[in-house]
Ligand binder design. Structure first.
Ligand code: ADP
Ligand code: MG
Length: 630
């Protein structure tokens, strides 16, 4: 007999479980399912994230629901829209062989009337976020007065997010006799309070130690000087070419900044935080799930809904303020029985926090040192060799081989290998050649790598278009780049005022700038460019980036690392697409650009430019990331 059958689950669930490919119940499932099936009881179940709690309540719930009765019989509350949708999705999968059973998701940010309509059509199970649920109740759009089951999923997260009042209010709208099942990874005081207030004699199930970390996650810390945090992060990424990670920062601002830096440096990264629109967040999560993003830089709150299997690393770029939060972070990896690593980048002064965390998670951290340049080069080289070995050959290439052979004729196998590997590898060598070790014991003086590169003189221009013409610094920069046919970093320090703006280019482009721009028209108006007397020019700054410009929420779509034009950044298209629509004005440009970005036409020139070496690029990065193609 199948293990799930032994737990008492019926035929239609067993069929669905078979389709899902679940072979054995997880521990929390094994403990919760029989209890919930056999008894009408309240329940508190504590288990780490990723242990299969959704099915632990979902299976018995579905079996107990009367699918022939169209009234709402169960309410599942979950902290975020992401989770709400995910649970809904899971429940639908579990119940796919049960005719007439309907599950509806109720969450903020989507049409409340549409959701109400769906509920009205008959939803035995509602999965909701507390805020929207409260809203629906207030407007009389749902009736939960007769439900039999209420499930509080990720209760600790919900309370963390400040839903205490909403939850209390929602629960008081439900009947006394119902059963309440509370699922949580941890048991802070507030959760206990809810339990006391709204549950009677709950059964308790605990999987693993209370509050302890998952056994499939190993914990490492790296001591660095505070100023080396970012460099350390890059090295950790470079030392793990297949990294698929969530990087935690403490604030939205840091999250955005680190993601932008990573993107600039050529990594497949994106930010996830509360200042992004729902559409942007959805876009980021889609890319992350699709693995186009290898480093998802997130705040704790934004990362709450993340349930992506196969995350290889959680990186604590900064430790959380509340040590409890560490558990939630590290629970993003090591899910569904997979192994994962939780990395902490710490300064010496934060070391005692590591020891406090060890006490909470009842696991030891391993102290490690940030790999040095040579080690990273070795890793990357081997990775590359393996990639070459594992690459499947598409025989389309045969057609081109004669021409290729002609070019490469006369090279020995050894030479050919060296050169092939060097194509990808030179940038690592040249980047890391100059780099020092990052162990925090190293001398306190800042090394040369922190200094702005000394590059060619820049020229600052005045131009008679500005925000009145619907430009902001990003769109003006794009417009200039496109009009001047310059590369992505060639226009910088764009500063947009109302009726005019300033920008810089390297001196070598100044003839071109004057010549082209003074001969174009913008919506019928002559553009006028002058070299600015007001010297804001000087040298290009470290990042070659606008210092004065305002930063909107985008991910700096155009700031892809200089290598390989295919690298993508995320959210930017969407963001700008909508902005340009709402502005009217230069609406066409943004969409043109996003099309172009998706295409391959800007790859070759970029690489040519690079190898031509005329313009110094951001050189402070090995820019190793490429999109995964798996
Ligand atoms: P939790 O709510 O505890 O964080 P989930 O319910 O989201 O965990 O499950 C985590 C992952 O494990 C999901 O991808 C889920 O499909 C998978 N999973 C759940 N139960 C099983 C099982 N018995 N066998 C294999 N995979 C499972
Ligand atoms: Mg869950």
């Amino acid at each position: 007999m199948n293990k799930f059958e032994q737990l008492g689950l019926n035929e239609s669930l067993l069929l669905a479980i078979k389709d899902l490919g679940f072979e054995n119940p997880s521990e929390v499932q094994e403990k919760a399912i029989p209890v919930l099936l056999e008894q009408n009881t309240d329940l508190v179940a504590l288990a780490q994230t990723g242990t299969g709690k959704t099915a632990a309540f979902g299976f018995p719930l579905i079996q107990k629901i009367d699918a022939e009765n169209r009234n709402t019989q169960a309410l599942i509350l979950s902290p975020t829209r992401e989770l709400c949708l995910q649970i809904t999705n899971e429940i639908k999968l579990y119940s796919k062989y049960i005719k007439g059973l309907h599950t509806v998701a109720v969450y903020g940010g989507a049409s409340i009337t549409e959701q109400a309509r769906e509920v009205k059509r008959g939803a035995q199970i509602i999965v909701a976020t507390p805020g929207r649920m409260q809203d629906m109740i207030n407007r009389g759009l749902v009736n939960i007065k007769n439900i039999d089951f209420c499930i509080l999923d990720e209760a600790d997260e919900m309370l963390n997010m400040g839903f205490y009042d909403d939850i209390c209010s929602i629960l008081s709208d439900t009947p006394e006799e119902k059963n309440t099942w509370l699922f949580s990874a941890t048991m802070p005081a507030e959760v206990a309070r809810i339990g006391k207030q709204f549950m009677s004699n709950p059964q308790e199930i605990t999987v693993g130690h209370k509050n302890s970390g998952s056994a499939t996650v190993s914990h490492e810390f790296y001591i660095v000087n505070a100023r080396d945090r970012y460099e350390a992060l890059k090295r950790l990424a470079d030392a793990n070419p297949d990294i698929f990670s969530v990087v935690f920062c403490r604030t939205k601002r840091d999250t955005q900044a680190i993601a932008e830096k990573l993107i600039e440096d050529g990594y497949n990264a994106a930010a996830l935080h509360g200042d992004l629109s729902q559409a942007q967040r959805d876009g980021v999560m889609k890319s992350f799930r699709g693995r186009q993003i290898q480093m998802l830089v997130a705040t704790d709150v934004a990362a709450r809904g993340i349930d992506v299997d196969n995350v290889t690393h959680v990186v604590n770029y900064q430790l959380p303020d509340e040590i409890e939060t560490y558990n939630h972070r590290s629970g993003r990896t090591g899910r569904a029985g997979k192994l994962g690593t939780s990395i902490v980048i710490v300064t010496k002064s934060e070391l005692r926090k590591i020891h406090s965390i060890e006490r909470i998670i009842k696991q030891k951290f391993e102290e490690k040192t940030i790999p040095n340049g040579i080690e990273i080069c070795e890793i990357q080289l081997l990775h590359l060799a393996n990639k070459i070995k594992d690459t499947e050959v598409d025989h389309e290439i045969d057609n081109y081989l004669p021409a290729i052979n002609e070019v490469l004729d006369g090279l020995s196998k050894e030479e050919l290998i060296k050169k092939m590997v060097s194509v990808e590898f030179n940038r690592f060598i040249s980047y890391y050649k100059k780099k020092r070790d990052l162990s925090s014991q190293s001398s306190g003086e800042r090394s040369s790598e922190g200094r702005a590169p000394q590059e060619g003189d820049a020229v600052r221009y005045f131009i008679n278009i500005g925000s009145r013409d619907n430009f902001d610094w990003m769109s003006l920069k794009d417009y200039l780049k496109e009009t001047l046919e310059l590369g992505r970093d060639d226009v910088f320090k764009v500063d947009v005022k109302e009726g005019f703006s300033f920008f810089n280019t390297d001196a070598e482009h100044s003839d071109k700038v004057m010549e082209i721009l003074n001969n174009v028209q913008l919506e019928g108006r002559r553009i006028n460019v002058e070299i600015s007397k007001n010297d804001g020019g000087g040298r290009r700054d470290h990042n070659g980036r606008n210092s004065g410009g305002e930063r909107r929420g985008g991910f700096g779509g155009e700031r892809r690392g200089g290598f390989g034009g295919e690298r993508k950044s995320f959210g930017g298209d969407r963001d700008r697409g909508s902005r340009s629509e709402s502005r009217g004005g230069f609406g066409g440009r943004s969409s043109d650009r996003s099309e172009r970005r998706g295409g391959s036409d800007d790859r070759a020139p970029r690489n040519e430019r690079r190898s031509g070496g005329t313009t110094p690029r951001r050189s402070d990065s090995p820019a190793p990331r490429r999109p995964r193609r798996s």
